[in-house]
Design a protein around this ligand. Structure first.
Ligand code: ADP
Length: 265
């Protein structure tokens, strides 16, 4: 039900950044090399606020590198990246901190704090980074835990949970910062097969019922088809085909896309 998602639509006063409209992410002529290997080759694309964009393509085609550039974990060799109108490189440390607050990321490995309870994992950054009161952060954490179906586990440590449960905590933790955009990097790849559906269901629910922008790297093609407004097919550091999921999955234009899809579907 939509009630479960009250933290997003009904709490405009919660600390965090105000929601933007229009173009939220823009890459222009972005090139990234590692040594003499060109991983991203003069890449252009943009993501509008509120949209769900999925990056697909073979392993090594540069998808994760894009998420890492957006998180400022890497620097491009050429080109410009803007998030919500602010250029990422060059940017002062203060600007980078402000931009990072707008971005939530969930990794393949959950990266939870092992010595903290589930609840504390979620409240830590809102309290220390956003300056939320402990009470307000806990209230919001409880709402998020309800949304990801983990209310009864809030006092446990990550090690007492399954991988799928840990990943749902990681999703709640990212959302607790009220980011404008959620970056999802193959978030189900490290999970046992029987735990994948629970995590994807939570993400489908978030995509359907919140205004958050999503940029996902995934090998789960049914999930990509369900949630995406647009799918970008990568090959060797370039976007070779982009479009609505119905188009990419049902009538791909490029041979490479057809080959890739027949190998993974
Ligand atoms: P994908 O997410 O599409 O699988 P990646 O963005 O992870 O692709 O990687 C693209 C290419 O960049 C791969 O060939 C990978 O080996 C290389 N690469 C990624 N990170 C590094 C790094 N830190 N140093 C050297 N090569 C890297």
């Amino acid at each position: 039900s939509t009630d479960t998602h009250a933290p997003f639509e009904k709490k405009p006063g919660t600390p965090g950044t105000p929601r933007s409209t229009g173009e939220l992410i823009r890459l222009e002529q972005v090139t990234k090399r590692f040594g003499d290997h060109t991983v991203l080759d003069h890449l252009d694309f943009s993501v509008d606020a509120g949209k769900h964009v999925t990056l697909i393509g073979p392993s090594g085609s540069g998808k994760t590198t894009i998420l890492r550039l957006l998180m400022t974990l890497l620097k491009p060799d050429e080109g410009t990246i803007t998030v919500d109108g602010e250029q990422l490189f060059p940017a002062s440390e203060k600007q980078v901190r402000e931009i990072r607050k707008k971005i939530g990321m969930v990794f393949q490995q959950f990266n939870l704090f092992p010595n903290m309870t589930v609840l504390r994992n979620i409240t830590e950054a809102p309290v220390t980074v956003l300056g939320m009161s402990k009470d307000a952060a806990e209230e919001r954490a409880r709402e998020l835990l309800e949304m990801v179906g983990l209310t009864e586990h809030l006092a446990k440590r990550p090690g007492q949970l399954s991988g799928g449960q840990q990943q749902r905590v990681a999703i709640a933790r990212a959302l607790a910062m009220r980011p404008q955009v959620l970056l999802l990097d193959e978030v189900t790849s490290a999970l046992d097969p029987e735990l994948v559906a629970g995590v994807l269901d939570v993400l489908r629910d978030i995509a359907r019922s919140t205004d958050i922008t999503m940029l996902c790297v995934t090998h789960e093609m049914n999930f990509a088809r369900d949630i995406s407004d647009r799918v970008l097919m990568f090959d060797q550091g370039r976007i070779i085909e982009a479009g609505a999921p119905e188009k990419i999955f049902s009538e791909p234009e490029h041979d490479r896309t057809r080959e890739f899809l027949s190998a993974v579907l």
